[in-house]
Design a protein around this ligand. Sequence first.
Ligand code: KIV
Length: 265
Amino acid sequence: MKKVSVASLLKKKQEGQKFATLTAYDASFAKLFDDCGIDLILIGDSLGMVLQGESSTLPVTVEQVAYHTRCVASSTQRTMVVADMPFMSYATPEQTYENAAELMRAGANMVKMEGGEWLCETIQGLVDRGVPVCGHLGLTPQSVNVFGGFKIQGRGDAAARQLINSAMELEKAGIQLLVLECIPAPLAKRVARSLTIPVIGIGAGKDTDGQILVMQDMLGITAGYVPSFSKNYLAATGDIREAVKLYIDEVEQGLFPAAEQSFDE
Ligand code: KIV
């Protein structure tokens, strides 16, 4: 079984083949997703909200992400494993290197960080030291207090231009994947077409190269608020494996997200 890599995701992008990814935080779900053919599992700091019941991702620590990364990495073979760098764990170069190393030692193949141009030096430093990086733009939940809530980003010409510039700068700095969260679908399409690297969307419309959902949202078991851009695949199938396979199928065919799970400009 060939492990999914940045190169294989890039090949999919180049061939116009869409790919499906999910978050997971434990060995049982991670193995099931791996077996079903999910290309990438993110140990997101969303774990603060969906596992710990917090109202934001801010309380999550590096130790917690490392613990869940170990659980996921030890039970998967094919899928790529990406671990989130939590809030304030990449504020200085020293902190960044130490914390990224902890997540890589726990089994991550890549780390993900939220932010624009201000992160470029940090990204270059990590890549130079052998740590692949995934960027994250749009609604970056660690900045919820700056945004004044979980709000759609990138609406209006100036915000859209800013987001496209940030994406291009991050790519130049060395990110190998980019997550776009909660932005208008036409903007996400422009970003995906402007970048060489694969772009993964959540609440960003159907024209990104890949899609990601928080696993609890796609299974309809989220305790709190369920975002409108998600879809309950368990309700449609009644079986977790079938739900994941249907999600993969709909992403690959360009059926998910549909217009009702997307935002306009
Ligand atoms: O923390 C997370 O799960 C994420 C995804 C929603 C992309 O960042």
